[in-house]
Design a protein around this ligand. Sequence first.
Ligand SMILES: Cc1cc2nc3c(=O)[nH]c(=O)nc-3n(C[C@H](O)[C@H](O)[C@H](O)COP(=O)(O)OP(=O)(O)OC[C@H]3O[C@@H](n4cnc5c(N)ncnc54)[C@H](O)[C@@H]3O)c2cc1C
Length: 443
Amino acid sequence: MKQILWFRRDLRIIDNKILEKASNEVMPIFIFDKNILEKLDIEDKRVTYIYDAVISLKKSLQSFGLDLYIFFDTPKNVFSKLKNEGFDEVLCSCDFDSYSIKRDKEISKIIPLKRYLDSFLINPRKNLKKDGTPYKVFTPFYKSLSWLSDSDKIGEATINPNLKLYKYEKETPSLEKLGFKRAYLPEFLKKSPQDRLDDFKEKVQEYEKNRDIFYKDGTSNLGIDLRFGTLSPRMIFNEIKKSNKKNSEVFIRQLFWREFYNYILYHFPKSENENWNGLEISWSENEEDFQKWCEGKTGVPIVDAAMIHFNKTGMMHNRLRMIVSSFLCKNLLISWKKGEQYFAKKLLDYDASSNIGSWQWAASTGADSVPYFRIFNPYLQSAKFDKETIFIKSVIPELKDVDAKLIHTEGALKNKYIRPIVDIKYSRDRAISIFKEAKNARV
Ligand SMILES: Cc1cc2nc3c(=O)[nH]c(=O)nc-3n(C[C@H](O)[C@H](O)[C@H](O)COP(=O)(O)OP(=O)(O)OC[C@H]3O[C@@H](n4cnc5c(N)ncnc54)[C@H](O)[C@@H]3O)c2cc1C
């Protein structure tokens, strides 16, 4: 049996299903997919991160007497060539977004493909309601999985010790050869994935208390590891449960939001582009407003600070994501899809299902989303979660000497800052009336 082990978003050797399921002679590969890369900016941070993770995976595999052959091409071209080497099958992990499903279908016509559940805890095809339809609300979905979320340990995969390398001549392309420049990555990404997980084990006790305070480092920062599989969700689950069972519930619940959005996108693939709940909203096409939102020039300090920080680092705290998405979809009345695409371009932990699900949540168009009349007031949010304006002032130096209270008060900054592009009360009322109308039109 000759197998190709196709690493994609499972860039690790610990708890990796394909390394367990592989049987004998194997050729581990990674493909820098031209179809995906050609759409990205030259200094895309994700590519730098993946590049380093792939090189590190190659070294780990070499320490097991294996290797990783790195291609820069389309998957179709790579497998068409490798077919001539006489491989029996390709082993890989399941990916559920629309591009991946199409890609895998195409590849399985070239060489048979065996896919294993590895990047998620549950298979979205399973776990349906009693009537055979998918869950649409998070809480019952989560409750139905209590057998898993309440367990202490989820079985992990172990590497098959009997694997033999199929040798192949292949030069590793440099980052520059792929057409990219090395991008600046935030400090915490210079640590190893295991060190990040260990750091979080120390913090999980305080997670519930600190998770909304964006100027504190209160969350796990494991989004990128989950996205590219530098850590497995099972391993994160197990280690967090083991280290702090009593205080892990709130965190474990968040891991299941990730499962929920993957499940929703799998069952409702149209929600990638269309309002999941079918509401027809007359979104604003104001390109100038949109550009100001992207650049962090809206005149609303918390929104601007979040966006400026995001543009620089590729990172945004969950609470800030909720504030800026609500501001875009409700106060500016701009379609969630535009915000979703902007995040997709830059977000380090970008994951189609969580991004689409969360944007539709903020826009009140998604599964179990925020009710349309509950609109975040960005000034109240900053007063509540950044009372001393620590975060805002760290990003916007011109506000350094301004009293925090003025920063949290709409209209109080006068000539000290950019004039806000929208009035909060007016835009809130406008959104509520438009959403109400859209809801009534549907009934
Ligand atoms: C508009 C918007 C867009 C988002 N886009 C993404 C995205 O592209 N990719 C992404 O992974 N998350 C996304 N999220 C969810 C959440 O903001 C991030 O998962 C979180 O900020 C990552 O930081 P962390 O790992 O420190 O989170 P932690 O709080 O430590 O959470 C641990 C893990 O649980 C999962 N998680 C936590 N919150 C959520 C959530 N609300 N929905 C789904 N999964 C969650 C993530 O995998 C996260 O890494 C988005 C949220 C919003 C409001």
